[in-house]
Design a protein around this ligand. Sequence first.
Ligand code: FAD
Ligand code: NAP
Length: 339
Amino acid sequence: MTLKLLCQHSLRSYNSFAVDVRAQCFVQLSKDTQCLEVLKHAQQQNLPIWVLGGGTNLLLTQDVPALVVHMATRGWRVLEETESVLLVEAAAGESWHEFVLWTLLLGGQGLENLSLIPGTVGAAPVQNIGAYGVELKDTFLGLTALDFYTGQWCDFSWADCHFAYRESVFKQQPNRWLITRVRFVLKRQGSLQLGYAALRERLEYLKIQQPTALEVSQVICSIRQEKLPDPKVLANAGSFFKNPIVSKTKAAKLAQQYPGLITYPVSRTEVKLAAGWLIEQAGWKGFRDGDAGVHRLQALVLVNYGTASGAALLSLATRIQQDIWQRFEVLLEIEPVVF
Ligand code: FAD
Ligand code: NAP
């Protein structure tokens, strides 16, 4: 047995909401070869397995009666290089942002808009991470995972993952697969995604007319550092609600009542509303109940000012959801994984 198992281990420093709950059993994996050993141990002890990356998309409302597997595997490599593309692979425990920087320094394009998203490479496909008009699925090539149900290693193609807006098969069936390696196909040149106003305006302000991918990454990092609370300073899990998709008819009705309503086209019949705008209109921005609150500048971000429990944060989220439903008849879906 090479695994170092810890009992009743506090998860406070392993989740960005800094909620103090315990794992019945905890193990950190530094090698892919330990995965089967973990599965065997869990089966022997009759314990469910619970996968943990950086804990930046989680709301823990109770102790976790499971074997919590913290992915800490490291490494990345170039699989193939041609004049036009670069195929790369990274281990699940790698920092997502460090990996993005490595690809940019190699001359790869495609991940720059996803710079500075916290968390690990292995968790990135779980919610098909997205920012500034780019999603992981746009450059995803494949991944390797261990299926805890069958004990078999499997390779997932793009189609197997069922990616959607902040969704995938892995988010639908949590803790079934342990993702160990993720692969991407990056371009060496081509057009960059500069559609979001905040990004365009900052590039204009800096007088950068034809930015490189690395420059886009740098600009996005600086915007994010200004706008978003750093979980190390103020505990949070990023956006707490997904942006709701509604019918154009529904949006037109709402726009009559709320002329400032923000919408973005999604399809011929649907539009996306900005959840943060709805929450702000309802007066929740800056709201605080004990140590659970809504960030004073970002209405979409719930924060823990100190010792808020997961249940208190969830209760605040539920109040917001009910209020938004009553005012706008729009259902806000929670984005992080709630346990
Ligand atoms: P965790 O929170 O540890 O886990 C999340 C889920 O993934 C859990 O269900 C877990 O079981 C599962 N999981 C984790 N690792 C694996 C694995 N190896 N195999 C199988 N399942 C696994 N998200 C965005 O999409 N866009 C953003 O712009 C963005 N900005 C953020 C900004 C801030 C300040 C914060 C705090 C969060 C932000 N997020 C954003 C959310 C979060 O960073 C991402 O969802 C990230 O991918 C989560 O990674 P993690 O390693 O912390 O996952
Ligand atoms: P923003 O630029 O102020 O925009 C507010 C919302 O409007 C965003 O949620 C975004 O939707 C949407 N939006 C803006 N411009 C758009 C366009 N041209 N086309 C379609 N939709 C548009 O957002 P922000 O809060 O500063 O965040 C910037 C980016 O980082 C966003 O993509 C956001 O998703 C991402 N982010 C995500 C998290 C998280 O935890 N998930 C946390 C922080 C930031 P989308 O969210 O669909 O992009």
